[in-house]
Design a protein around this ligand. Structure first.
Ligand code: MN
Ligand code: MN
Length: 460
């Protein structure tokens, strides 16, 4: 049983739509390199399509009816979008859930120090990274600085072509004799992932003159002091834009495909629905997946049930029991990327059950590791239903398992939502070089994910 390549089925019209989708997605990536930027962008997109802030509706006590569009902003780092269907919410929703955080290098709370004529930012990496991949490449700084008086200073340095970039040095090969004999995981140590921020002393400054230049810059440009960095979230990410990849332009090289490709496809699918669907639809874009879905903005929080409780009250379906019924009767695609088959590392894959770039959106019945431990093993009945929905909508899809048995593994937000008793399965786009500074996807898989997610949302 081999799945066909999606490209073979495209006519001129489909190819034009695919290219338009890819262009718009690259733009989404370029403007969303952090969870905050993605959340902001998603809210802008939603507002432009008539979505209203749940907090406003609650404050005004606005009654909700089928066809109404609502968004909930969770601390500017996670967003939930709801489109009310014609059925009562108690009958369950069709949910898409993706994450908008990505592996990166975060500045520590007390980051600055001067050494060897340079000023550095000390860091603590975020998520699962191969540390050696993050040295010797241009990095940009994105984030916010929260001042004592409550003002929030936005910061983005290194994306505009006129901007300077920052970066982490690597040891020169000439002196790397010891380093080169180390295990790959130890070649670059976490405490050595410090970012060079400057190298010019401030005239007349005796103590830490290079750091003084940096502090002067921060004061003049952003009106922030060194102490303000204590309450900052500054993320170093690969600098530059996503690019078409391959001489045939069939792929996209970009930072954070995991999981912004599924986040984008989810948004686009939701916005593509015409009229009022039978079942209410929801698109969840959550934070903190890469560090275990913890925290108030991660899937482990109660953000979904809290927002749904408010929504149901406004729709005249308030109460604990209807809320529980709504959650238990829901169906969800946990939209997260899968490992694409990489011929250069073929030995970690089992080809019959691997995802291939270009063969469409993947469905992963179970993730986990070593005997399916910690997997959300989706129900056969649900997978059967999805096969019907996908085939009827002419979606190119494939199944995927994350590598050979006992080679490794991973998880998503699927098992967390399954706690409510809803049907959940993992579904996403295959990626090469996952968690590397620059990841690779095939445009056809993005295009098929949008189609597949839309067909699922609109299904009765
Ligand atoms: Mn992911
Ligand atoms: Mn990941």
């Amino acid at each position: 049983m081999e799945r066909p390549n999606a490209w073979n089925a495209y006519d001129e019209e489909a190819l034009a739509k695919l290219e338009e989708t890819a262009r718009d997605y690259r733009d989404f990536l370029d403007n969303g390199k952090t969870e905050r930027e993605c959340a902001r962008r998603a809210i802008e997109m939603a507002k432009a399509r008539g979505y209203r802030d749940l907090n406003d509706l609650v404050r005004e006590g606005t009654a909700l009816k089928p066809g109404d569009k609502v968004y909930a902003n969770c601390m500017d780092k996670a967003v939930m979008l709801f489109l009310l269907g014609s059925q009562p919410l108690e009958r369950g929703l069709n949910l898409l859930g993706a994450h908008i955080d990505a592996p990166r290098v975060d500045l520590k709370q007390n980051p600055l120090y001067e050494e060897g004529g340079m000023v550095y930012a000390d860091t603590h990496y975020y998520g699962g990274i191969k540390k050696y991949q993050w040295v010797a490449l241009p990095l940009a700084l994105h984030g916010v600085v929260a001042k004592k008086d409550g003002t929030l200073v936005d910061l983005c340095i290194g994306e505009d072509e006129k901007d300077p970039v920052v970066g982490i040095s690597d040891l020169l090969i000439h002196l790397a004799q010891d380093q080169m004999t180390k295990k790959l995981s130890e070649g670059v140590e976490a405490e050595n992932l410090d970012i060079i921020l400057g190298g010019r002393p401030l005239a007349g400054e005796e103590k830490e003159p290079v750091k003084a230049t940096l502090l002067q810059f921060l004061k003049e440009e952003y009106d922030i002091e060194e102490e303000d960095l204590i309450s900052a979230e500054i993320e170093a990410v690969p600098a530059g834009k996503a690019r078409d990849m391959g001489l045939d332009r069939s792929m996209i090289l970009g930072y954070g495909h995991d999981d912004r490709v599924c986040a984008y496809a989810s948004l686009r699918a939701l916005f593509s629905l015409e009229g009022v669907p039978e079942r209410s639809c929801c698109c969840l874009l959550v934070d903190k997946e890469e560090i275990g879905s913890v925290g108030a903005t991660g899937m482990e929080s109660r953000m979904l049930e809290n927002a749904l409780a408010e929504l149901m009250a406004l729709a005249g379906e308030g109460g604990n029991l209807p809320l529980r019924r709504a959650l238990a009767s829901s169906r969800m695609l946990s939209c997260d990327v899968s490992a694409g088959f990489d011929p250069l590392y073929a030995s970690v894959f089992e080809k019959k059950n691997a995802a291939f770039l270009g063969r469409g959106v993947c469905f992963t019945k179970y993730t986990g590791s070593r005997g399916k431990a910690h997997a959300n093993d989706a129900n056969a009945e649900f997978m059967g239903r999805l096969r019907g929905i996908m085939d009827e909508a002419g979606v190119a899809w494939q199944t995927a398992e994350l590598g050979k048995v006992d080679v490794g593994g991973g998880g998503t937000i699927a098992y967390i939502c399954a706690r409510y008793g809803m049907e959940v399965i993992d579904s996403g786009v295959p990626v090469l070089s996952m968690h590397a500074p620059w990841e690779i996807i095939n445009k056809a898989d993005l295009y098929e994910a949008v189609k597949g997610y839309a067909a699922f949302l609109g299904s009765p």
